[in-house]
Design a protein around this ligand. Structure first.
Ligand SMILES: *[C@@H]1O[C@H](CO)[C@@H](O)[C@H](O)[C@H]1NC(C)=O
Ligand SMILES: *[C@@H]1O[C@H](CO)[C@@H](O)[C@H](O)[C@H]1NC(C)=O
Ligand SMILES: *[C@@H]1O[C@H](CO)[C@@H](O)[C@H](O)[C@H]1NC(C)=O
Ligand SMILES: *[C@@H]1O[C@H](CO)[C@@H](O)[C@H](O)[C@H]1NC(C)=O
Length: 580
């Protein structure tokens, strides 16, 4: 309890001290590294890249098992009970599914671990061989997490496929990785049946929903998730734990062009990211409640859901369409996920935060009159007060505005949010300020790629500057190398500029069955560190924070040797954690 409070206060006190000393905080500092010459910055608090934050833990399987033993009787995973599902038809004939969801039903750490072990045994009993790969193809939900942890305990590599990928990409990823077992929801099963003729290696499908179209094909057997669990429970098998260097996940991401590439992530890669993320959320601990709704097929969510158990926290599942009371799929008059769960920590993509902002503005405008005047006054007072730092201007006035005005706004996300993690694309300055003021919570923004297992840079909560992506994460070194053809050099003034190269334990092994492409963008230096060439161009500010200024691939050489940049910033979104 005390540790928790102290943990939360430290950054605040720290910031106040720094503000009063008027010195620019050095968030990143230069470091001497191997490999191609360049200008390299590390996190100012960590001399060498962090591999694990937990003594003796080197895989995600060990991390999870330790957490389950430490917190056996605490709730871990929660899913809302379905009360009613109905289809609403609008006047113009379009139909929408609406749901009425009830309270969360909880699985304790102990029970979750038991289920994970049962499911793992069941998978093997069903005939899945340990050297074969499993694909998980579903929306984010409790069963996804359980299936993932089960595979980790068997040293079975999990192939993840973004649920919105098209049929061709889906076939390609399942074919390329020779997946034999697909674990999916009923919705995804329908997609799979459609392409069954092109899938040669899939021999079994496990459906997470109890009711599924028993669209049996001669190609595969279909079992329910519950059946696999009970088979495993009846005949338990030993775990077959992986090593740090074993591949945990092959993550297929939507490439900008052509077929998706599978990025091979080891347990060590993901663990490094998980360890780094832990350091950026102030005071993360067993009181925290995390609302999980972003796609688990993306590294940001995957890392978050592996981190929360490690700190003894709680994961409640939701969906982007049922997040708030006014979300599209929520039946009028019933409650959204955030209202029921009251999370303390959330990850979000800017599109979702923009929607929250617009929703609040619309509500305030609709009220009009005194309510709107009061909101506008409170907002502008807070805006000038936090100018410089969101920690700024505590005191009576803030308390008053929070009580009179912002308390109601905070209720939209359950009223307890204390930290928001934003990735996927740059957040607009307007939304950032709006969320800071209305939710009273800091937002941490990250820059990273699937290839670097998310890890690259992170803007600290007391950094209110706009347009930068922060200093290197504790697990990463970030190097700029000359790109003379594009006109970017590390000798440029006032700031060194160049292609962004990321090094450290979170840099993944490469692309599955694509050595040529891997060799092109991954390099190992003489000191054994792996580096990934991002193709993004950046510059380092004096405080060690990175700003992204261009994209290498967008530059084409014209006939007379001139270079032009195509759509400078349009493609930047792709480079952040989640596709926009
Ligand atoms: C885990 O699986 C991989 C691939 O099948 C294998 O190469 C590796 O040796 C296994 N690790 C252990 C510790 O058995
Ligand atoms: C997958 O493999 C099968 C058989 O080899 C082939 O017919 C099919 O076209 C492949 N699909 C893709 C998308 O590669
Ligand atoms: C199945 O394929 C057909 C034709 O290719 C398409 O119209 C339909 O939407 C597909 N169904 C699913 C569930 O993807
Ligand atoms: C914030 O502070 C800067 C100078 O530090 C000033 O130029 C700007 O006008 C201020 N903005 C607001 C909204 O007070």
């Amino acid at each position: 309890m005390t540790g928790y409070i102290v943990g939360a206060l430290v950054p605040i006190v720290f910031t106040l001290l720094l503000r009063s000393s008027k010195k620019v905080k050095k968030r990143g500092v230069p470091v001497d590294v191997g490999g191609e010459p360049g200008y390299t910055i590390r996190n100012s608090r960590f001399p060498s890249p962090v591999e694990t934050s937990w003594e003796g833990i080197s895989t995600l399987a060990e991390l999870f098992e330790q957490a389950c033993k430490q917190h056996a009787d605490k709730p871990l995973l929660g899913t809302r009970k379905m009360i009613l599902r109905e289809v609403e038809v609008t006047e113009d004939g379009r139909s929408f599914e609406k749901v009425h969801l009830g309270d969360y039903e909880w699985l304790t750490y102990g029970k979750t671990f038991e289920t994970v072990c049962d499911f793992a045994s069941g998978l093997v009993q069903l005939g899945h061989k340990r050297e074969e790969r499993v694909a998980i193809f579903a929306d984010t939900r409790e069963e996804w997490f359980i299936a993932l942890q089960s595979c980790f305990r068997l040293n079975v590599t999990v192939v993840t496929i973004y649920a919105s990928l098209g049929e061709e990409a889906l076939c390609h990823s399942l074919n390329e990785t020779e997946v034999t077992t697909v674990i999916c929801g009923n919705k995804e099963l329908k997609k799979l049946v459609n392409i069954s003729g092109q899938l040669d290696t899939v021999t079994r499908v496990i459906c997470m929903d109890d009711e599924f179209a028993s669209s049996a094909t001669s190609r595969w057997t279909i079992s329910s998730f519950a059946d696999v669990k009970s088979v495993g429970r009846a005949s338990p098998l030993d775990a077959d734990l992986p090593l740090s260097a074993d591949v945990a996940v092959i993550m297929y991401t939507s490439g900008s062009t052509g077929l998706p590439k599978g990025v091979m992530m080891t347990h060590g890669n993901v663990l490094a990211t998980v360890s780094a993320v832990m350091t950026i959320v102030p005071g993360l601990g067993s009181k925290d409640v995390y609302l999980a709704y972003l796609p688990l097929a993306h590294i940001l969510e995957l890392a978050a859901e592996n981190l929360i158990p490690a700190v003894g926290g709680i994961i409640g599942y939701g969906t982007p369409l049922t997040l708030t009371d006014t979300s599209n799929k929520i039946k009028r008059g019933t409650k959204g996920d955030a209202t029921v769960l009251s999370p303390t920590v959330m990850a979000a993509v800017p599109a979702i935060l923009d929607r929250v902002r617009d929703g609040v503005r619309k509500k305030v405008d609709a009220k009009g009159g005194l309510a709107k005047k009061l909101f506008d006054l409170a907002y502008s007072r807070r805006l000038s007060a936090i100018n410089g730092s969101w920690f700024g201007a505590w005191g009576l006035e803030k308390f008053l505005w929070d009580f009179l005005v912002f308390k109601k706004v905070r209720a939209v996300l359950g009223g307890r949010i204390r930290f928001l993690l934003s990735g996927g694309a740059p957040l607009s300055a307007d939304t950032q300020r709006f969320i800071n003021i209305c939710l009273g919570a800091p937002i941490g923004q990250g820059y990273g790629l699937t290839e670097t297992c998310a890890g690259a840079t992170f803007s600290e909560v007391d950094d209110t500057s706009i347009g930068r992506v922060g200093s290197p994460l504790p697990c990463s070194f970030v190097k700029l190398v000359d790109w003379p053809e594009g006109g970017y050099l590390i000798s440029d003034s006032p700031m060194p500029r160049g292609e962004i190269v990321v090094g450290g334990p979170s840099v993944t092994l490469g692309y599955f069955k694509n050595e040529e492409k891997t060799k092109e963008v991954y390099k190992v230096d003489e000191r054994g560190m792996r580096w990934f060439y991002t193709g993004d161009v950046g510059q380092f500010h004096a405080d060690g924070c990175l700003e992204i200024i261009d994209r290498k691939k967008d530059i084409v050489k014209l006939q007379h040797g001139e270079y032009v940049s195509l759509g400078k910033h349009q493609s930047l979104c792709r480079q952040y954690y989640v596709a926009c």
